[in-house]
Design a protein around this ligand. Structure first.
Ligand SMILES: Nc1ncnc2c1ncn2[C@@H]1O[C@H](COP(=O)(O)OP(=O)(O)OP(=O)(O)O)[C@@H](O)[C@H]1O
Ligand SMILES: [Mg+2]
Length: 297
């Protein structure tokens, strides 16, 4: 079984369903509520596990009720949480997600409190047996430590270059082998550039060998060293019910595909099928559904 280590954020999302999202000040009754795990790296780790990989999540939680719920869900999915460390006195990142009757949503993300930046406790030697490392940009110091250790060991690395602080993306992209941006992340990284030029810039320095941008139902554009211009991977056509988390699942699936030894073009197609299924079903897919989709087109 291919092992993928995911590093970054685990969050507990609190979802409220309402009829209309009102203009404040207002008091509205929620018709449904549920708490569920989120966070880019955590969603990617679940995707790896569901798709048949050996999945571990390295990251930080508070030792609080939200952290316990996030951890329990990951463990139930079969994600190795040995190095998802809880810190006394820290508070777990949470978000409030309010969804109206049309499926439109408002999200407030809170990054937590008191989560120590120092990555010295990470078991970097355990990267040895991994087929790939996946990082998100939400724990900058942790990602730097793990990406440097992966490079030393020639382990393929993937960054979910999602939008956030530009300085973090500028620092992390040259450290990673596969920089896979969202559209917002690419705009943060290279403001004002056309996608092809922005991808070129991502390959211009450091150890990046492939840069890609995911564009929802428009599919993926990617550029590897030695290619004159970007190539496209079309999205699988689906009736999308909920596209939230499609990017996170895409990244987990991409890292797993690399860990299983696929070449980039095939790994991107594998990941596009996983993202499309997540958008279609609102659920992270399992391997048989993904194989069926790959075989169908
Ligand atoms: N509606 C869709 N139909 C088909 N494929 C989709 C759809 N939405 C997403 N995908 C697949 O998943 C990939 C990642 O999705 P997307 O580009 O929306 O990620 P994102 O912008 O990072 O979003 P998020 O992180 O919020 O999930 C897309 O490139 C595509 O291959
Ligand atoms: Mg994303």
């Amino acid at each position: 079984m291919a092992r993928v280590i995911c590093l970054g954020s685990a969050v507990l999302d609190h979802l409220f369903r309402v009829g209309e999202i009102p203009v404040p000040p207002a008091k509205e009754r929620a018709t449904a509520y549920r708490a569920m795990g989120g966070g880019m790296a955590a969603n990617a780790a679940i995707a790896v596990a569901r798709l048949g990989g050996d999945s571990a999540l390295w990251g930080r939680l508070g030792e609080d009720a939200n952290g316990a719920a996030a951890r329990a869900e990951l463990e139930a999915e079969g994600v190795d949480c040995t190095h998802l460390r809880g810190f006394a006195g820290a508070r777990t990142p949470v978000s409030a997600v309010v969804v109206d009757k049309r499926g439109e949503r408002v999200t407030f993300g809170w990054r937590g409190e008191g989560l120590p930046a120092d990555p010295a406790w990470l078991p970097l030697a355990a990267l040895e047996g991994a087929g790939a490392l996946h990082c998100d940009p939400r724990w900058h110091e942790g990602a730097v430590a793990a990406l440097e250790a992966a490079a030393t060991r020639a382990i393929p690395s993937v960054l979910d270059a999602e939008k956030g602080e530009a300085r973090i993306l500028l620092d992390l992209v040259p450290r990673v082998a596969h920089a896979v941006f969202s559209e917002g992340g690419l705009a943060n990284f290279a403001p004002g550039l056309r996608p092809a030029d922005a991808l070129r810039r991502a390959l211009a320095e450091g150890r990046t060998t492939l840069a890609a941008v995911t564009r929802g139902e428009k599919g993926v554009l990617w550029l590897a060293r030695g290619m004159a211009s970007p190539a496209a991977v079309p999205a699988f056509p689906v009736e999308a019910v909920n596209t939230t988390g499609a990017g996170d699942v895409f990244h987990g699936a991409y890292a797993l595909a690399l860990a299983e030894g696929r070449e980039p073009a095939a790994a991107l197609r594998f990941a596009a099928a996983a993202g499309a299924l997540r958008a279609r079903d609102g659920e992270t897919p399992r391997r048989p559904a993904l194989e069926a989709m790959l075989g169908s087109a």
